[in-house]
Design a protein around this ligand. Sequence first.
Ligand code: NI
Length: 183
Amino acid sequence: MILPIYTYGHPVLRKQTEEITSEYPDLQTLIANMFETMYHADGVGLAAPQIGLAIRLLVIDLAPFKEDDPELGAFKCVMINPEMLEMSEEELDGSEGCLSIPGISESVKRSEWIKIRYYDEQFNEKTEEFEGFKARVVQHEYDHLEGSLFTDHINPLRRQLIKSRLTNIAKGKAKCDYKIKSA
Ligand code: NI
């Protein structure tokens, strides 16, 4: 089932999220719905706050990059209760967008590599290191669980330049071809 995506300005995107257990109601259906919602909106990552749930759950699928980079394209994962263990001091610039902030993409500095612990959809505990673009996507989605958005990381001048567009999104004036829910 395709769910509406909550957009910039909705308070749920700023809420502290809570850990879940394997007893969380209809968890597998929720995960399937998150993937379906993300694919429908042509995204490569989606975090639970973006569908209105303040819980520590995110999904990622980099399949759209399969042709350019098979290894990257094969990266698909579900992270439950992730905890960032380490982040490199070295940072890289890269362009980011967000399904909750339609029509805006900006350069964001992210750690080049990270180490993260999480549970997969079967509640197997995993500790993994990611680098480059994978690390970027994981950091972006992880940020959603911390109530943070990529626009929090861009330089103040750029933020000033996109301020009116962000205000429009917050007012529910965002134009996009997937279902959204504004504050
Ligand atoms: Ni996002």
